[in-house]
Design a protein around this ligand. Structure first.
Ligand code: ADP
Length: 494
């Protein structure tokens, strides 16, 4: 990855994009397009198809037909494996192109996007491709006159709705296991970050995924997303995004065909620093990255820092120093450590959180303002708000921006109580050199993942999923593939 290759890619024009349905780019029912702005400079970037319910129906029909005729669903797992490995290779070969395209769309710093988006997508397709011919059914321990077989049957048509912060990474977490298991997929990307996933659909066709098996319909959540989730012919929905939309999906399911919904929602994850942390300087550095990279637009971001009273002042000073030290700027400049906030409304919402926090008595230690306005892009200074109380909006609500809420605690009991004092349960972190305390905290924090003496970075081998109002179900690891199968029993009289 070098600057001149990145600059050459960013200079390329992006042609208007249609949906990807039944193996081809299609304009859709109305031919209407949606203008996408680049967060890098606020300028028009691309025109994408504005989907309608009829476009969704067309994609779902293509998916169903492909599923029923078995062109993919009944292909031998080793055959699907071969195609998906080829797709992984194609993604890897085009990794920089995909990463730059995605950054122009969503504003993530390229150093992160290259690994966490493009290379991680390739790795995810490879992981589930490798897994699929190693998953066995079961023979039940019945009496000798019958044979009870438990099959893993693909569920059918999978509807997937994904957000804009990591479209390739999160998209692949859904698409790869769904396809590996033999399902057909209709994906709706976020309206403001569809480009790289449309490219994945083209690469999938090039790799040999048959027509109709992987479809992408672009457009708004309230039209395309709603139509997909209300479809009577979608068997399960998999989703990453806000709690508000997650609730809607459950309603759509209830109003349609009772499809199962797997939801990965927001978080307000506690990152807890005890005075006995093995290396406080390292804790401050990693914790700062754990909230400020990708401008805090990370579902597992450690957005609530809980610090033990006796080290509180020094630690807040140290993490504020790191916040101020980050180079925020053009996400396609290799020197930038933090890129752009995704959109103007997101930026405004972040700033509003800061204003509200100050009104509620929190102390702004650094940041809190828009920067680099002259670029036309959407940039925000990493922000540290100290003395945030349990009852404050900033303690309870997800910002999804570069805003850290810091709260002191006295002892382990109070730390645990504060950790669990929101409705969320996605991630957490604990910094301590006391092994027993670390285990007690892992057991006590209500979250899908708890990091110890680090924050973030969990790889594909482990599941990610929320508890409480952070969602249900899991992405990543072999556990994630289970939801893409129905268990089907054959009870055979011998
Ligand atoms: P975020 O705050 O990350 O934008 P959203 O939940 O609004 O969270 O968006 C995540 C995804 O959900 C996007 O693809 C968006 O278009 C989609 N979405 C938004 N509203 C709806 C809806 N009413 N029905 C289905 N999908 C929706």
């Amino acid at each position: 990855m070098d600057q001149s290759s990145i600059d050459a890619l960013r200079a390329q024009d992006i042609a208007p994009r249609g949906h990807f349905i039944n193996g081809h780019s299609q304009d859709g029912e109305t031919g209407a397009r949606h203008q996408v702005l680049s967060p890098i400079n606020g300028q028009p970037l691309a025109l994408i198809a504005e989907g309608t319910p009829a476009d969704v129906d067309m994609a779902v029909r293509a998916a169903r037909d492909s599923f029923v005729d078995g062109r993919w669903s009944r292909m031998a797992p080793a055959g699907r494996k071969k195609v998906l490995l080829k797709l992984a290779d194609l993604i890897e070969a085009r990794a920089l192109e995909l990463a730059v395209l995605g950054v122009r769309d969503n504003g993530t710093e390229i150093t992160m996007a290259y690994k966490a988006e493009a290379l991680s997508a390739a790795a995810t397709f490879r992981y589930y491709a490798e897994a699929i011919d190693k998953i066995y059914g079961q023979i039940a321990p019945t009496s000798g006159d019958v044979l009870g077989l438990v099959h893993h049957a693909p569920v059918g048509v999978v509807g997937a709705i994904v957000p804009w912060n990591f479209p390739l990474m999160i998209g692949s977490w859904k698409i790869a296991p769904a396809l590996a298991a033999g399902n057909s997929v209709v994906l709706k990307p976020a309206e403001s970050a569809s480009l790289s996933l449309l490219k994945i659909a083209e690469l999938a066709a090039e790799a040999g995924v048959p027509d109709g098996v992987f479809n992408v319909v672009t457009g708004s959540g309230s039209v395309v997303g709603e139509a997909l989730a209300l479809s009577m012919d979608v068997d399960i929905m998999v989703f990453t995004g806000s709690g508000t939309t997650g609730r809607r999906l459950l309603e759509y399911s209830a109003r349609s065909n009772l499809k199962r919904c797997y939801l990965e929602l927001g978080g307000k994850s506690p990152n807890i620093v005890f005075a006995d942390a093995p290396d406080l300087a390292e804790a401050a550095k990693v914790s700062a990255a754990g909230i400020f990279r990708n401008s805090g637009q990370v579902c597992v971001a450690g957005s609530r820092l809980l610090v033990q009273q006796e080290i509180y002042e020094d630690f807040v000073t140290e993490i504020s120093r790191h916040a101020e030290g980050f180079r925020v700027g053009d996400p396609l400049d290799l020197n930038s450590q933090i890129g752009a906030v995704h959109s103007l409304p997101e930026l405004q919402a972040n700033l509003d959180f800061v204003t509200k926090a100050e009104a509620e008595g929190a102390e702004r230690r650094t940041g809190g303002n828009r920067i680099l306005t002259e670029t036309g892009g959407y940039y925000m200074a990493p922000t540290v708000m100290a003395n945030v109380k349990e009852t404050d909006t900033l303690f309870q609500n997800e910002v999804f921006g570069p805003v850290l809420a810091v709260t002191p605690f006295a002892d382990e009991d109070e730390a645990l109580r504060l950790a669990n004092a929101t409705v969320y349960g996605l991630a957490g972190g604990v910094w301590t050199s006391n092994l027993s305390r670390a285990h007690r905290m892992v057991a006590g924090i209500r979250a899908g993942v708890v990091h110890v003496n680090t924050y973030g970075g969990a790889d594909l081998t482990v599941p990610l999923g929320g508890v409480r109002q952070s969602g249900n179900g899991h992405d990543k690891s072999l556990h994630a593939i289970e939801k893409y199968f129905d268990l089907k029993t054959a009870w055979i009289k011998l």
